[in-house]
Design a protein around this ligand. Structure first.
Ligand SMILES: NC(=O)c1ccc[n+]([C@@H]2O[C@H](COP(=O)([O-])OP(=O)(O)OC[C@H]3O[C@@H](n4cnc5c(N)ncnc54)[C@H](O)[C@@H]3O)[C@@H](O)[C@H]2O)c1
Ligand SMILES: [Zn+2]
Length: 359
């Protein structure tokens, strides 16, 4: 299958199942590669070796990552490594890894010498459909997640779907939740194709086209609203709930699981406020279930609500939500009665059913 090229953001995002040729062409055009950065995870070694050969790069600088290392200290470590590698202001850095890598390496390259050209090779599903797309980078501070970061476009993003073969199921589910979110935003063929694929094993999925469709949703939204002033907010579908669930669980619930439950919650709130049909709500639940994503969470509704009201997306003391009107029609900035929100949260510890529609 031919690789797919997305240029909506003014730089190439290439999606394919063998991008060696594209990587070689890129290195010839933009190169030489001054430094290669890579997630130190040993499972990635074969991909990194192939990448290095295609880019004719020097020995990669491997950096131990993981969610807990998404800190300024790691960014400083990477910047120091770039100094040691002698990367110049007009150099080109290529990084490889998942979403933590794109956040940390992207951040380091955005501040190194006030910004050096950076290309990311996404190896996880989250990085391919979300983290590496859109030019946001960030690390966690003691005060909260992703509180320090930059907006800076990479020069290119590569999504080689062959890397997904080694991705653990848990990391796979993290990305699937974001793909379902994108499909609810886009609707139409994208959502239907996921419904058709869901019962089949991942090894049979046409990943290039699935990722291409999810990336397209993100790039269209980002292109309309680069600095997140408004419309890009639809990408936060399910996320007001998800962030509150993560916080209320002290981050014991992974982001993807929280997004899945958050998509149920947003659907239910939309249903109960007369926006969304029960038929489409049930379609969303059925898809999440087929994909093995959770719909229930055993957390106190009050704890989720408290976490939600301290969320940074809350404006002027009011709770605003991103809600579906239909699959393929998502609205943002919708104010909801806190009592209705609490009633939805109270349902999340129960299995879903048609009973959800009851007020
Ligand atoms: N900046 C943004 O716009 C944005 C958007 C979404 C998510 N994010 C961030 O992305 C991060 C989550 O991304 P993630 O799920 O990719 O996490 P991750 O980078 O930690 O990767 C998950 C795990 O999979 C491993 N891995 C990566 N690729 C692999 C492969 N091909 N084979 C085997 N193992 C592989 C990693 O080493 C890690 O252990 C979060 O920190 C989140 O905040 C950022
Ligand atoms: Zn998310």
């Amino acid at each position: 299958m031919e690789p797919s090229l997305n240029n909506d953001l003014g730089y190439p995002i290439l999606i394919g199942d063998d991008l060696d040729g594209e990587l070689r062409a890129f290195a010839r055009r933009r190169g030489p590669v001054s430094a290669m950065l890579a997630d130190a995870n040993s499972k990635l070694r074969p991909s990194i070796a192939r990448l290095r050969a295609a880019l004719a790069a020097r020995t990669p600088i491997v950096v131990p990552l993981g969610e807990r290392r998404k800190r300024l200290a790691t960014v400083e470590r990477v910047v120091d490594a770039l100094v040691a590698a002698g990367v110049e202001r007009d150099g080109l850095v290529v990084g490889a890894g998942g979403g933590v890598a794109s956040d940390v390496f992207g951040f380091a390259c955005a501040i190194y010498m006030r910004g050096v050209a950076y290309a990311h090779v996404a190896t996880s599903l989250v990085a391919m459909v979300d983290a590496a797309i859109g030019g946001k980078t960030g690390v966690d501070l003691r005060g909260g997640k992703n509180l320090a970061g930059t907006f800076r476009d990479p020069v290119a993003v590569f999504c080689d779907v062959s890397a997904l073969r080694t991705l653990p199921p848990r990391a796979m589910r993290e990305g699937l939740a974001e793909i379902v979110k994108a499909a609810i935003i886009e609707g139409g063929d994208f959502f239907e194709s996921l419904e058709e694929l869901a019962p089949h094993p991942f090894s049979r999925w046409p990943w290039v086209s699935v990722i291409d469709a999810a990336v397209k949703v993100k790039t269209m939204m980002v292109a309309d609203d680069r600095l997140e002033a408004g419309s890009r907010a639809v990408l936060n579908l399910g996320h007001t709930f998800a962030h509150a669930i993560e916080r209320a669980s002290s981050y014991a619930v992974p982001h993807g699981a929280a997004v899945a439950v958050g998509l149920r919650a947003a659907g239910l709130l939309a249903l109960r406020t007369g926006r969304f049909s029960e038929r489409e709500y049930l379609r969303v639940l059925a898809l999440l279930t087929l994909l093995g994503l959770p719909l229930q969470i055993s957390l106190e509704p009050d704890a989720i609500f408290a976490a939600m009201t301290s969320d940074k997306k809350k404006r002027a003391g009011r709770l605003r939500f991103v809600l579906p009107r239909a699959i393929g029609d998502v609205e943002y900035g919708i104010e909801c009665d806190p009592r209705r929100v609490r009633a939805v949260l109270a349902k999340l510890s129960e299995p879903p059913g048609t009973v959800d529609a009851g007020r």
